[in-house]
Design a protein around this ligand. Structure first.
Ligand code: KMH
Ligand code: ZN
Length: 274
C-alpha cells in the first residue's frame, strides 16, 4: 500500500511553489498519485493564505472533493501543525474521513515540540472508535511503540479490528531514518499489529523505503516528508514520488495495492457516501 502525504503543515507555498495547498491542487495531486499507484492520501489542508488550518467546513469539503474525484482512502491528519490546539485536532473526526492519523507520544520536532500527552491520545483514540474512523498509529520513536502496547491493554482494538502503524523516521528529535532503527521498531510492535508502513524525512526517504520494502512494510511518500527528489533537484509533483515508490515496489515484487485492496486491509467503514 502506498500512501501519499502531499502537503503537510511545515513547508510554505512561498518556499515550495509545487506544494499542493488549494483544494483544486490537492484533488489534481490525488488523481495523479492514484494513477501512479497510491491507495491512500494523508491530508493536511491550508487556508486561503496557504497557511495550515483545521477549519471544519474546509476539511469536510476536502473529504467530499477527494471522494468525488478519486477512489483513494482519505486519511485526515489529527496532528495538524505544532501550534494547533487539542480541541481542533479532536474535531477533525467530525469530517468523517476513512482514517485518521494518531500520534503515540510527544516528540521534539525540529525546534518545536509536537505535543501528544497520554490523556489526549486516549481521548482521540476513543473518539475514533466512536466515530468508526480507522486510526493509523504514527510512531516517531521507540517509546511510542511502548505507548501503543499500553493503549491496547487499556482500551482494546481500534474500529474495524485491524492495527495499522506508520513509522515516521528521521524527524529531528525522533528516531533516525535508518534500517537499524526500522528493524528495532518493527520487532517491538504489539502482536495486534496487522500492517505497518514507513516514511523517511528528507534524505532518509530512500533508505527507509528500501528497508520497509525488504522488511515487509508498506510505504508512505510525499512532499510532507521530502521536498527534494534527489540532491539539488526539487520535487516537481507528488506523483513523481509515488511513481518512484511504485517502481521500487515492482522491483521488490510487491506491486502497489489498489485502493479497494487497501480498504480491505484496513477495514475502513463502508460508507453511504461511497
Ligand atoms: N505536522 C506535524 C506536527 C500527523 O499528520 O498526524 C504532525 C504530523 C503528524 O504531520
Ligand atoms: Zn501529517
Amino acid at each position: 500500500m502506498i500512501t501519499v502525504a502531499p502537503t503537510g503543515a511545515e513547508a510554505t507555498k512561498a518556499d515550495v511553489p509545487a506544494l499542493p495547498t488549494t483544494t483544486e491542487e490537492l484533488v489534481e495531486t490525488a488523481i495523479r498519485c492514484e494513477r501512479a499507484g497510491a491507495a491512500m492520501v494523508h491530508v493536511h489542508i491550508r487556508d486561503d493564505e496557504h497557511r495550515p488550518t483545521l477549519d471544519r467546513r474546509r476539511l469536510t469539503d476536502t473529504v467530499a472533493a477527494l471522494r468525488e474525484q478519486t477512489d483513494l482512502l482519505v486519511q485526515l491528519s489529527t496532528g495538524g501543525s505544532v501550534t494547533d490546539p487539542f480541541e481542533d485536532r479532536l474535531r477533525v473526526l467530525d469530517a468523517r474521513p476513512d482514517s485518521c492519523s494518531l500520534t503515540m507520544g510527544t516528540v521534539n520536532f525540529g525546534d518545536a515540540v509536537f505535543l501528544n500527552p497520554w490523556p489526549f491520545i486516549v481521548e482521540l483514540y476513543q473518539a475514533s472508535q466512536a466515530a468508526e474512523v480507522v486510526p493509523e498509529f504514527e510512531l516517531f520513536d521507540l517509546g511510542h511503540v511502548a505507548a501503543l502496547h499500553r493503549l491496547f491493554d487499556a482500551h482494546g482494538l481500534p474500529y474495524g479490528g485491524r492495527v495499522h502503524c506508520d513509522l515516521v523516521m528521521g524527524v529531528p528529535g525522533g528516531m533516525p531514518g535508518t534500517a537499524a532503527a526500522l528493524v528495532a521498531v518493527v520487532a517491538a510492535l504489539p502482536p495486534q499489529t496487522t500492517s505497518w508502513s514507513a516514511t523517511g524525512i528528507g534524505r532518509s526517504t530512500l533508505p527507509v523505503a528500501l528497508a520497509a520494502l525488504s522488511a515487509g512494510g508498506h510505504l508512505r511518500v510525499g512532499m510532507e516528508d521530502t521536498v527534494a527528489y534527489a540532491r539539488g533537484r526539487p520535487v516537481a509533483h507528488n506523483a513523481e514520488l509515488v511513481q518512484r515508490a511504485s517502481v521500487l515496489a515492482e522491483v521488490a515484487q510487491r506491486p502497489a495495492m489498489s485502493p479497494a485492496a487497501a480498504r480491505d486491509l484496513l477495514q475502513v467503514r463502508t460508507d453511504a457516501a461511497r
